[in-house]
Design a binder for this molecule. Structure first.
Ligand code: PMP
Length: 404
C-alpha cells in the first residue's frame, strides 16, 4: 500500500505539528520510519541482542545470524551477485569516504583524473578533494544544464587516458535529476574505468539492480529508505573489494595480530572494524522487507504520478519557479518563490504542519551553477498523497499573501 493507506504504518502521522496534521515532504533528507522497523529493532534489543562474531553464547549467535541475514537482504535488494560484496557502513557518507580512503589512496596518483558532476552532494565531492590535496590528482566536473540535467555526452567528453574513476549520483538530491548512469557506466567500461554510483536518492524510489547497471561501487544510506540512521551500504564488486586495503583498523577486521605483523579478514569484514551498528542492520532489514513487500515498482509509479501532479500544480502557481526540470526526474520538487527567501518559505509552511527543506541541500556547486544560493525542496516518499501537494500549494499561496 502507498499514499494515505500507508500512513497508518507510520506512527509519526498520528501526531499533530503546530496543531495541524503532518504533511511530510522531506523524505529526501530522511524518511519516516514504519512501525515494523521500530518494532523489529525493539524486539531485537529485547530478545536477541548481544555483540556479534566474538561470542559463543546463544544471544551472540542469534545476533550474528541477524546481522548476516541483513547482509543477504541487502544483496537481494540490490541484486548483487554475492553477499560478501555488501559492506555495512554508518551511511552513504562513510561509504564514499571508505572508497576514497581505501581504493582511492591505493590506485590514484598525481596526474590522474576522476570525473564527478556539478550536481553531486558534498559527500561525493569533499572526500575526493581531501584525497586530491594529498595525492595531487585532478577532479574533472561534468557541467549542469540550466534545466538541471547532466548530459551523457558531457560526462563521456571528459573521459581520457588519465581517467581513473567516474563517481556520480544516480539521482540528484537537490533537483531530482535522474542521471543516465547505465550509459555512463557502459561508456566508462569501454575504457576499463570503474564507476561509483551514489544511490542515496535512488534506492527508495525504484528498483536498483547493480548487476544490470554493472556498477563497480554503489552506496546508499538506510535512513532514506525508511530504515534507521547510523547504517549505510557500500556495494563493491568482489574483485575490486579484494584489491582494497583496510580503511579503519580495529576489532573484527583482522585474522591475526602481532606487534610485528597483522593480517586482515577478507572483504566485507576487512572494512567493518569495531562493533558495527547491529540493531540498525536489523532495522534496515525490516525496512527493505517493508518496501519490497509494497513493491518498488508500485512505489516508483505512485511517486512518479505525484511528481507529475506536483510539477503541474507548482508550474501553474504565480511567483513560483521550478528549479530542475530535467526530462527524467525522481521524487523531488525544488523551487524558489519570487521575492521570498527559501528559509522564510520553510518557516511559514512549518507553521501549517508542512515539513519541507530550504537551503543549498549540500549541493553548493549545483546551486552556484544555477545562480542560486538556495531553493525550497519538497521531496516525496511512498506515504505522500495528492492532498499533501495541494496543502503545499495552499501553503505557498499564504506565503505569497504574507509577502505581497
Ligand atoms: N549523497 C546524496 C545524493 C544524498 O542525498 C545524501 C544525503 N542527503 C548523501 C549522499 C549523504 O547521505 P548521509 O548523510 O546519509 O551519509
Amino acid at each position: 500500500m502507498v499514499g494515505l493507506a500507508a500512513q497508518k504504518d507510520f506512527p509519526i502521522f498520528s501526531h499533530l505539528i503546530h496543531g495541524h496534521p503532518l504533511v511530510y515532504l522531506d523524505s529526501g533528507a530522511s524518511a519516516q520510519k514504519p512501525r515494523c522497523v521500530l518494532e523489529a529493532m525493539t524486539r531485537f534489543y529485547e530478545t536477541d541482542y548481544a555483540n556479534i562474531h566474538r561470542g559463543v553464547h546463544e544471544l551472540s549467535q542469534r545476533a550474528t545470524a541477524r546481522y548476516d541475514e541483513g547482509r543477504r537482504a541487502v544483496q537481494r535488494f540490490l541484486n548483487a551477485a554475492h553477499d560478501d560484496e555488501i559492506v555495512f557502513t554508518s551511511g552513504a557518507t562513510e561509504a564514499l569516504n571508505l572508497v576514497a580512503a581505501s581504493w582511492g589512496r591505493t590506485f590514484l596518483n598525481a596526474g590522474d583524473e576522476i570525473i564527478l558532476t556539478q550536481l553531486e552532494h558534498h559527500a561525493n565531492i569533499v572526500p575526493w578533494q581531501l584525497l586530491r590535496d594529498q595525492v595531487g590528482f585532478t577532479l574533472r566536473i561534468a557541467p549542469l544544464q540550466p534545466n538541471g540535467d547532466v548530459l551523457l555526452d558531457d560526462v563521456t567528453a571528459l573521459i581520457n587516458e588519465k581517467t581513473k574513476l567516474v563517481s556520480v549520483a544516480h539521482v540528484s538530491n537537490a533537483l531530482g535529476t535522474v542521471l543516465p548512469v547505465e550509459a555512463i557506466i557502459a561508456a566508462a567500461h569501454e575504457r576499463g574505468i570503474p564507476v561509483l554510483i551514489d544511490g542515496s536518492q535512488a534506492v527508495s524510489h525504484g528498483a536498483v539492480d547493480v548487476q544490470k547497471l554493472d556498477a563497480d561501487f554503489y552506496v546508499f544510506s538506510g535512513h532514506k529508505i525508511y530504515g534507521p540512521t547510523g547504517i549505510g551500504v557500500l556495494y563493491g564488486k568482489r574483485a575490486l573489494l579484494a584489491t582494497m586495503p583496510p580503511y579503519q583498523g580495529g576489532g573484527d577486521m583482522i585474522e591475526s595480530v602481532t606487534f610485528e605483523k597483522t593480517t586482515y579478514q577478507a572483504p566485507p569484514l576487512r572494512f567493518e572494524a569495531g562493533t558495527p551498528p547491529i540493531a540498525e542492520v536489523v532495522g534496515l532489514t525490516a525496512a527493505l522487507a517493508y518496501v519490497t513487500g509494497i513493491g518498488m515498482e508500485a512505489i516508483a509509479a505512485h511517486e512518479a504520478a505525484l511528481l507529475a501532479y506536483g510539477t503541474k500544480k507548482l508550474a501553474a502557481l504565480e511567483g513560483v519557479r521550478l528549479v530542475g526540470t530535467a526530462p527524467h526526474k525522481a521524487s523531488i520538487l525544488s523551487f524558489v518563490v519570487e521575492g521570498v527567501h527559501p528559509h522564510d518559505v520553510g518557516t511559514i509552511l512549518d507553521q501549517q504542519g508542512l515539513a519541507i527543506r530550504a537551503g543549498h541541500h549540500c549541493a553548493q556547486p549545483a546551486m552556484e551553477a544555477l545562480g542560486l544560493m538556495a531553493t525550497v525542496r519538497a521531496s516525496l516518499g511512498l506515504y505522500n498523497t495528492r492532498e499533501d501537494l495541494d496543502a503545499l500549494v495552499d501553503g505557498l499561496k499564504k506565503v505569497r499573501e504574507i509577502f505581497s
